[in-house]
Each structure stands twice: as C-alpha cells, then as structure tokens.
Write a protein of this length. Sequence first.
Length: 102
Amino acid sequence: MKNEALISEDKEQLARFAKALAHPVRIYIVRLLSQQACCYSGDLSEVLPIAKSTLSQHLKILKESGLIQGTIEAPKIKYCINQHNWKEAEKLFKDLFDSSLL
C-alpha cells in the first residue's frame, strides 16, 4: 500500500458522502432526484411512504453532506442534485474502488 495519510480531506469527504448514502431511503431520494431537474419536498412526500418528518430528516442529511441542495420557494422547498459535489463523490468512490485493497 502506498504511503498515504491515514486521514485526509478526500477521505473525510468520502466518509461524509458514504454516511449520507448509508440508508435505502436516501439512496432512493438521490436516484429520484437524479432523474429530474428538481423536485419539491411535497412531491417527494407523495411518492415515499414515510412520515414527512422522517423525509425532512433524510433530506437534511443529504443536504448537509452536499449531495443535494435545497432552495426555498415559499411555502415549498425545491431539491435537486448538487452537480459539483455529485461529480466529486463519483470520483472519490471510483478512486476507492479502483485502489487495490487486497
């Protein structure tokens, strides 16, 4: 294994992305958002069979990780994929899976 830092900014960012994606509902939300330009939180609550408060918590986690972004358009919030961070996540995961771990 290469001599690399145990903890680096890239590894911390990768861990934040991985943690945000570590729930099936959040993966579903990201997939749904990736198939359209944007989506309102009210529309998501109609599609997902979970409480609105639970949906809000999942959206908060995804937003805090930077994978999605939300824009307030009172009384709704419009969510969409954060394209820049999504590309960064893709690169970091690809680097992880391409590295020789065995």
